[in-house]
Write a protein that binds this ligand. Structure first.
Ligand code: ZN
Length: 347
């Protein structure tokens, strides 16, 4: 089957590759419609690795997908041929200790699309466990369905933060994940979110949403801005989504006494943290790794219209132009948030 294959660091090809042919009893076969390009896909393309995960043999990219069920395994009851679905890309060992605890995202045995050595979903058909396949309501498009995966990280961050109604959030970093976190924080009960970045075009995009205040770090100091916006008290929840060392070091100072610091961004190398600043405010620190048990809630919010992810889809390119789409993602155009690839036209 044709697929977008990362042959090795820096080299993509769109070619035929052998992929599993028949669904098992608990699987479904899905015709892929839309796939979003993630920063991790781009990082594997440009660097050939993320932390301990190294691309050692050709790997199909892509993990943010929506499509249509075209075949069901014999034991599958909750999905039918023709269902429009999105898929959770990380499959844990179902009987692992982490799975039993409900924290399957941190199961050491998890197999995640487009994380070496597991193939991703930038291919016309995939076979996937039905229990990690979620039906999309009619009003949720395939394009939005492919946004559920990155939005799920925002959902996980909002849940880990234990937001209380009326909280003020700070979100450091207006990349795609920072934007998802800000929208999930608002949906989760925050009265407003103060989002910082150096990129004016990105801040313009997220600043167009109700409840978002933006701070351009090229012009303003974040601590001063947060202080001014909170009568000197600080934010109830600070979501660090930039992964930048300077932002991580400064993040505790943005939180109010007794507040919460949620680490979402992933620095490439170990970075220093200001422990005393955290202690002096008795901050609660939470970390986020992917997500668990949030897809249904994420789809509910999108379907209800409470969360509109469509403005974050910057461009959609056809499957035949996948390599060009990745090269555009590498460019990191300031006004690009999410690029998507339309793999097939179904319904
Ligand atoms: Zn992703």
């Amino acid at each position: 089957m044709r697929a977008l294959v990362l042959e090795e660091k820096g080299r993509l090809s769109l070619r035929d590759i052998d992929l599993p042919a028949r669904p098992g009893p608990d699987d479904v076969r899905i015709r892929i419609h839309t796939v979003g390009i993630c920063g991790s896909d781009v990082h594997y393309y440009t660097h050939g690795k993320i932390g301990p995960f190294v691309v050692r043999e050709p790997m199909v990219l892509g993990h943010e997908a929506a499509g249509e069920v075209i075949e069901t395994g014999s034991s599958v009851t909750h999905l039918a041929v023709g269902d429009r679905v999105c898929m959770e890309p990380g499959i844990p060992d179902p009987i692992s200790r982490a799975s039993k605890l409900g924290i399957y995202n941190v199961d050491p045995a998890v197999r995640f699309w487009a994380t070496p050595p597991v193939h991703g979903c930038l291919t016309p058909e995939v076979i996937h466990p039905a229990r990690f396949t979620y039906r999309l309501p009619d009003q949720v498009s395939y394009a939005e369905g492919a946004m559920v995966e990155p939005f799920a990280i925002g959902m996980q961050a909002a849940l880990r933060a234990k937001i209380k109604p009326g909280d003020v959030a700070v979100v450091c970093g207006a990349g795609p994940i920072g934007m998802m976190v800000a929208l999930a924080a608002l949906a989760g009960g925050c009265a407003r979110a103060i989002v910082s970045d150096f990129s004016a075009p990105k801040l313009d995009i997220i600043g167009a949403y109700d409840g978002i205040q933006t701070v351009n770090l090229a012009q303003s100091d974040m601590q001063t801005a947060v202080s001014a916006a909170t009568d000197g008290w600080g934010a109830d929840v600070v979501f660090e989504c930039s992964g930048a060392a300077s932002a991580i070091l400064g993040a505790p100072k943005l939180a109010c006494p007794g507040g919460t610091l949620v680490m979402v961004g992933m620095p490439v190398d170990p970075v220093p943290m200001d422990i005393v600043e955290m202690q002096a405010r008795e901050l609660r620190v939470e970390t986020v790794f992917r997500y668990a048990n949030v897809y249904d809630r994420a789809i509910n919010l999108i379907a209800s219209g409470k969360v509109d992810l469509k403005p974050l889809i910057s461009a959609t390119l056809p499957f035949a132009e996948s390599i060009a789409a990745f090269d555009r993602a590498v460019e990191q155009r300031p006004s690009d948030v999410k690029l998507q690839i339309r793999v097939a036209d179904v319904r």
